[in-house]
Design a protein around this ligand. Structure first.
Ligand SMILES: [Zn+2]
Length: 139
């Protein structure tokens, strides 16, 4: 995953959030609508969060919360699951999964439409956790 290109469409997913510490993609093949994978994007390889320094850890989690918040606004899930694995891909990434009773289901058109809606919410600064409003922080 270190070699993931800096492009919006990377095949398995479409990027809707490009942060300083992570990029978040709607997972195209996931059957659960809104299934998101957020991957660590800094230049050096990191396998798990214990390898992050304090600033990186704060930045990673802040951006992960921005992603989670925007997913909650758009999908209105019953519960937002956040999981960090790495058995298959030992590069720091999080699965962010808005769960609903029927989990929605999705196809290519739905993923594309959701991507545009999430980008619009982010561009409008429509985040409830005021992490985007904290300009001037030095992390
Ligand atoms: Zn890596």
């Amino acid at each position: 995953m270190c070699a993931t290109p800096d492009e919006d469409d990377i095949g398995w997913g479409i990027r809707f959030f490009a942060g300083t510490y992570l990029d978040a993609y709607l997972w195209r093949s996931g059957r659960i609508r809104g299934y998101t994978v957020a991957r660590w994007k800094r230049p050096r390889h990191v396998a798990d969060p214990t390898e992050l320094n304090e600033q990186e850890a704060a930045g990673f989690w802040r951006e992960l919360l921005i992603v989670g918040d925007i997913l909650k606004q758009h999908y209105e899930p019953l519960k937002l699951n956040i999981a960090l694995f790495g058995n298959v891909l030992p590069h720091l990434h999080a699965h962010v999964i808005p769960r609903t009773l029927d989990d929605g289901g999705q196809d290519e058109q739905q993923v594309a439409a959701d991507t545009l809606a999430l980008r619009a919410l982010l561009a409008a600064g429509e985040t409830e956790s005021d992490v985007l409003a904290q300009e001037g922080t030095d992390w």
